[in-house]
Design a binder for this molecule. Structure first.
Ligand code: NAP
Ligand code: 8YV
Length: 332
């Protein structure tokens, strides 16, 4: 057990709702911590609000909560995708935002390959078949309709995670194409400047892009039609990037063949209509969910807050904060 670090300041960190257990322990080791059970500032008496200089949050914090903390300086977001935090609004109030890139990239890419194999080669169904004794009773599990062999995979969002997925797919011997808003100069994969062009060109479409306004419902009925009746759709990015009712229709009427999903529009709820479909594999947003990786994410949140209160550069500020000159605390 390591000793509590004694910061020179007396910063109180507010943990805004449900948060990783190891992450809370690390924050408590370094700071005075106040925890909210729910994402609801009503749990924090008015008189305590002025003491809060930092927030740690996994997921969403409303702007009203940011505005109601008069001495808030920095928000540490547990997760690389920070679509639940309005970083531009925070910047307009002089509040910096940090996220947790890189430390989860390989874990998420590994999980994506697992989800892809489950979806294409029916591994979940085959395991259920073996467990139920059906191999012995009925004979071998039926041959799968799909194989990865000879397929082209299109990645929407060839960033840190998208590239780690691509490297794994390369090792699998598959052809790779991608769509970003900008072409990368450091890869030779085929670039498509539209998502529709990418969907038309590939057998399997993998989303590894962030959520938020620029990707909202980008995967719509037209994109799914472009992917086609043998097409397979994998989403490891954000549920908001897909028009979920359109996806359900497309899976039901054969517009596309299959989907493998780690993320959903209204988590933790998964639409009953989606769960009823036999051609979809669902995971409960577990791509980064190993204890080691979540611990590394929690440590990175704490490292950002420590750096802020030491007046050092933030290890991982989000671009909106950097652009606003909030990549380190201003020491007066
Ligand atoms: P990243 O390095 O910032 O990569 C994001 C990529 O998406 C970039 O290549 C970016 O390229 C592209 N992109 C952004 N907006 C786009 C748009 N409107 N249309 C097309 N492409 C767009 O981020 P990362 O670390 O790889 O993480 C990616 C996302 O994965 C996160 O934001 C998060 O939502 C998700 N994620 C999910 C899990 C999970 O548990 N399922 C875990 C970790 C992360 P351009 O800027 O050129 O467009
Ligand atoms: C979450 C994720 O952090 O990093 C992301 O963007 O989606 C996950 O790793 C996780 O769901 C905990 O909030």
């Amino acid at each position: 057990m390591s000793a509590r670090v004694s910061p020179s300041n007396d910063a109180t960190v507010l943990v805004f709702g449900p948060y990783n257990g190891d992450g809370v322990t690390e924050l408590e080791r370094r700071f005075t911590v106040r925890k909210l059970r729910e994402r609801d500032l009503a749990e924090l008496p008015e008189g305590e609000r002025a003491s809060i200089r930092a927030v740690a949050v996994a997921g969403h914090i409303p702007n009203a909560a940011i505005d109601a903390l008069p001495n808030l300086e920095v928000i540490g977001h547990f997760g690389v995708g920070y679509d639940g935090v309005d970083a531009a609004h925070a910047a307009s109030r002089g509040v910096a935002v940090t996220n947790t890139p890189d430390v989860l990239t390989d874990e998420v890419a590994d999980t994506t390959l697992g989800l892809l194999l489950m979806t294409v080669r029916e591994l979940g169904q085959a395991e259920a078949y073996a467990r139920a004794g059906r191999w012995q009773a009925e004979g071998p599990y039926p041959l799968t309709r799909f194989s990865l062999r000879g397929k082209t995979v299109g990645i929407m969002g060839l960033g840190r995670i998208g590239l780690a997925i691509a490297k794994r797919l390369e090792a699998f011997g598959l052809a790779i194409a991608y769509h970003n808003r900008s072409r990368r100069s450091d890869v030779s994969y085929a670039y498509h400047d539209t998502l529709e062009g990418l969907a038309k060109a590939v057998d399997i479409l993998v989303v590894a892009a962030p959520g938020g306004a620029s990707t909202d419902k980008a995967v719509n009925a037209g994109i799914l039609r472009a992917l086609g009746p043998d097409g397979i759709f994998i989403n490891i990015g954000r549920g908001s990037t897909v028009d979920e009712p359109a996806l359900i229709d497309a899976l039901r009427d054969g517009t596309i063949a299959r989907a493998g999903l780690d993320v959903f529009a209204d988590e933790p709820r998964i639409p009953a209509d989606l769960l009823a479909l036999p051609n979809v594999v669902v995971l409960p947003h577990v791509a980064s969910a190993s204890r080691d990786t979540r611990r590394a994410m929690g440590n990175l949140v704490a490292d950002n807050l420590s750096a802020w209160f030491a007046g050092e550069p933030l290890p991982t500020p989000v671009p909106e904060s950097e652009a606003a000159g909030l990549s380190r605390a201003k020491v007066s």
